[in-house]
Ligand binder design. Sequence first.
Ligand SMILES: Cc1cc2nc3c(=O)[nH]c(=O)nc-3n(C[C@H](O)[C@H](O)[C@H](O)COP(=O)(O)OP(=O)(O)OC[C@H]3O[C@@H](n4cnc5c(N)ncnc54)[C@H](O)[C@@H]3O)c2cc1C
Length: 504
Amino acid sequence: MCELCLYSFSCTTDCLSFSAKAPTYLPMDKTLHIIGAGLAGSEAAWQAANMGVRVVLHEMRPVKGTPAHNTDNCAELVCSNSFRSDDHEHNAVGLLHQEMRELNSLIMSEGGKAAVPAGGALAVDRDVFAQGVTQALADHPLITIERGEIDGLPPAEWQHVIIATGPLTSEPLAQAIQSLTGSDSLSFFDAIAPIVHTESINMDVAWYQSRYDKAGPAGSGKDYINCPMDKEQYEAFIHELINAEYGLFKEWELPSGTPTLGEQEQDTPYFEGCMPVEIMASRGVETLRYGPMKPVGLVDPRTGEEPYAVVQLRQDNALGTLYNMVGFQTKMKWGEQTRVFKTIPGLEDAAFARLGGLHRNTFINSPALLNDRLQLKADPRLRFAGQITGCEGYVESASMGLLAGRMAASEILGKSIETPPQITAMGALLGHITGGAEAKSFQPMNINFGLFPPLTKDEATTEYINKKGKAKRVKLKGNDRKKAYTSRAANALSAWISTFPKTA
Ligand SMILES: Cc1cc2nc3c(=O)[nH]c(=O)nc-3n(C[C@H](O)[C@H](O)[C@H](O)COP(=O)(O)OP(=O)(O)OC[C@H]3O[C@@H](n4cnc5c(N)ncnc54)[C@H](O)[C@@H]3O)c2cc1C
């Protein structure tokens, strides 16, 4: 065992030589173990180490690969090279960038150094970016990168652990997590139905009603938004659905032994209740009318009659600002989804918080399993961060790593920090995945303004003087409305940061 760090029999970190630089020496039970050096794990390690906590970052590559990573770099971007919009005044992901920068994010600082021209987006040279992150972590005196798979639950002597193994978590660890948390708690596929901003639904056409007005345990009998169709509209919709353009599964997403991509539809392991809507539609024109689009128990208040078919939307977050299209998980291409779903009466002007999809993605049912500090309720020494928590995207994953790293380090140092206010981007995302989202229908989510608590009447309006010289208030729209969300968030973030203990 290393005399200084007490870490292991094979300490490779040359502790005695860097101990002079290390601001704090902490024994083994104060070490933070982070599993997975992706976007979330790298950020978590950086944050915790900068607070003076010793970190061991366990990464299985290159000892064991994933189907999507190509290098052994930390924070490798597996697909697009974009962190999306960098507009922190009018865009929710741009706001998240800004909040992370204010919290000394490694992902954002290396992203900035590796930026390539991309209009209003932040896109990066993926190799420069990942090498920059890897080098910064390797150079940090309190971070050790250990290469090798963690193939089961972390050993009991690891008192502080962050699991950040991402959408492609290796199978032995995924199975161990599943056996700890329960068989329904881990998903291996995203089967996502589109999610719509409630305020964009035309309620002159749609109406609130539960089937047969059933209230259910947490309901009122008016829990769904219903979009009605007559026979002609229904048949035209089915035609569009069947003839739209679809994306294909990648070969590695299919179960082992599936011979060709062409055979994927027969062999894809669709879960019960997760059958793509187009597969159902292709089985016969009436199939959806007896499935997700069945109209029984619903009466259109405008006609006083049961419509021919219905698209139902179910509340997706506690705030009621988002509704998901029930049973509409799809592999339709994104542009096609917008075109086809806007033909649904009531959704003509729908703004989509996220579009549907179906691909391999390992994630836990965070709203049921995690507390608001990203700790597993059943075993609080384990925290989760990144895409495995059910957030979606590079920046979102890194932001949850940032919070997990800071929270774990604070706990180790005996200095607690508050969770970020829900009106900040980080607070809104954290609130959504750890309780705001419906556990039953939980699916991964990007940051968007629908996750934020709605603006108050004062925040959502501005005063103007009319021709008669009287002060009136008018509703903010478009960019002005977005700015109201981001300004409110910026103030709340500064106030939150000012509450940090000195070392946090
Ligand atoms: C094919 C694909 C394409 C994607 N495209 C995009 C995109 O274009 N844009 C976007 O924003 N997001 C995309 N995503 C989502 C993307 O993966 C996440 O946004 C982001 O990488 C998640 O960060 P993370 O840190 O949670 O996981 P990762 O970045 O995947 O990091 C997890 C790390 O854990 C390691 N690991 C796994 N199991 C173990 C184990 N048992 N022991 C030790 N180490 C382990 C892995 O090797 C990996 O390095 C894509 C995902 C996939 C699968």
